[in-house]
Design a protein. Structure first.
Length: 259
């Protein structure tokens, strides 16, 4: 039976591994390469590596970091952070990444999504949508530059536009759920997943295996990504890299109790 991919997300700040809460309050976790080594041992399905300062600092995620991860990782990994040209995509792929994750530049210049997909193929291009809410408005909107700048796009509108331009996969990142470990925004994930035919990845809010199950069964996500869940342990959030066992993973596809 199909099981959704379980994807640890590693956030980089000054090339160190950090965790955030609602895109703020960054906490140093450790060396990303050590985390990759542990995820190798735990047999993670794949990894996502995001440099959260790259766009605001006018640069791209470090090629050296990508190479180091590529030399160590036994699983596929995708990278994002400041990618704004075909040359950037070529570089991150040549350094070992399987996919390039596009965000701020591509959202501000949607034609870049099509250029990237046409040049490298849809399977290489991922759009990460950071979803939040504008002041005094209930409807969700897309934000850029690590949640700092609101755009005109509703998430479903942008997801459909991205699919039409050739994007092969979409990461749905909830800003308000980020780092809270209080569960995914299931309505948001379901609305987007049901509106497109390409794979979607839920991100933001996972606190336990049941949250994974809900994102898959209720949210209809094809992949389940998380940050805090994979690096924290216990109520006091002690730093401990972890990954679900095969037995725990099977609970994601198990029928709900009332079924």
């Amino acid at each position: 039976m199909f099981r959704p991919r379980l994807i640890p997300v590693l956030l980089l700040k000054d090339n160190a591994l950090v965790k955030s809460v609602k895109f703020k309050n960054y906490k140093y976790i450790g060396d990303p390469i050590n985390a990759v080594k542990i995820f190798n041992h735990l047999k993670a399905d794949e990894l996502v590596l995001l440099d959260i300062d790259a766009t605001s600092e006018g640069r791209r995620i470090s090629s050296d970091v990508i190479r180091r991860v590529g030399e160590e990782a036994n699983m596929p990994f995708s990278v994002g952070g400041g990618i704004s040209s075909l040359a950037d995509i070529k570089e991150v792929i040549s350094c070992g990444a399987e996919k390039a994750i596009l965000n701020s530049h591509a959202i501000q210049h949607p034609h870049f999504l099509q250029e990237a997909a046409d040049h490298f193929g849809s399977s290489t291009i991922v759009l990460c949508m950071d979803v939040g809410r504008k002041f005094l408005r209930k409807s969700p909107y897309i934000f850029t530059n690590s949640g700092k700048n609101a755009t005109k796009y509703h998430p479903v509108e942008l997801a459909q536009k991205a699919e039409g331009l050739g994007v092969g996969e979409i990461i749905i990142q909830s800003i308000v759920r980020d780092g809270t470990m209080e569960g995914y925004d299931l309505e948001l994930i379901r609305d987007i997943s049901d509106a497109v035919s390409i794979p979607t990845i839920a991100l933001g809010g996972a606190g336990n295996i049941d949250d994974f199950r809900k994102a898959y069964q209720t949210g209809h996500a094809n992949g389940i990504a998380a940050g805090s869940f994979f690096v924290y342990q216990g109520q006091n959030k002690g730093v401990l890299i972890n990954y679900p066992s095969r037995e725990d993973s099977s609970k994601i596809i198990a029928p709900q109790p009332n079924q």
